[in-house]
Design a protein. Structure first.
Length: 222
């Protein structure tokens, strides 16, 4: 019976099982790095909106299915704190829903940032120039207009329109809803994502080094 062939020269012996394990670990590490990048991007976006009135932060969750990692995100619908400003056209919503806004091209969008101002022709606009809509169309009001808790808009004694808000939601004039982002939590999420990414990098680097070692060994044998 022939004796098993032994590696010649200085060629290292790397078992197939070890190679498979390292490759599998590298694939898992690559997924870990991808998930970490996604999580980092979401946390950075949350942090960038720390001062955006009415902003709803996004929350992430990492799940594992078989050999696959997946990151899902959802919008946290928790009510942000309402801060009095005294601004005549600052509006805050307490409850569900959002303001209906008309873009320059006529498209309707929604948002909860209630930092509005009145234009010279009586329209109510946000910082981006989007027009605040009532149930009957764009609001056109005088400088002394008031907004009732139920969304009714009055100009003196005359009812002008009503904001399209869900039942149970109230409007507060002279106040703004602050961002739902908490800086410390997002900074911790960023640090956690960075550590996860770096850990994946180390595993991928080790796998790459192992493959280079195996290739160098083949070169020595031949």
């Amino acid at each position: 019976m022939c004796a098993p062939t032994q590696p010649r020269g200085n060629a290292p012996f790397i078992s197939p099982a070890y190679t498979r394990a390292m490759t599998s670990a590298a694939q898992w590490a690559a997924q870990t790095m991808d998930v970490a990048q996604q999580r980092l991007k979401i946390a950075a976006d949350n942090l960038a909106n720390l001062s955006t009135n009415g902003f709803r932060r996004h929350e992430t969750e990492i799940t594992r299915f078989a050999s696959t990692l997946r990151l899902t995100s959802r919008t946290v619908e928790a009510q942000g704190a309402i801060r009095p400003t005294g601004g005549a056209f600052d509006l805050a919503l307490a409850g569900r829903g959002a303001f209906t806004l008309r873009e320059a091209d006529g498209a309707l969008t929604h948002g909860r940032d209630g930092a509005f101002s009145r234009t010279g022709d009586g329209h109510v606009v946000d910082a981006r120039g989007r027009v605040l809509m009532g149930r009957c169309g764009p609001l056109v009001i005088g400088p002394q207009a008031t907004f009732a808790a139920d969304g009714t808009v009055r100009d003196g004694e005359r009812i002008v329109d009503r904001l399209a808000i869900p039942a149970g939601t109230t409007v507060r004039q002279g106040a703004l809803e602050v961002s739902g982002v908490e800086a410390t939590g997002e900074l911790l999420a960023i640090l956690s994502a960075q550590r996860r990414f770096e850990s994946g990098q180390r595993i991928v680097a080790a796998d790459d080094a192992m493959h280079r070692k195996a290739i160098d060994g083949v070169a020595v044998v031949h």
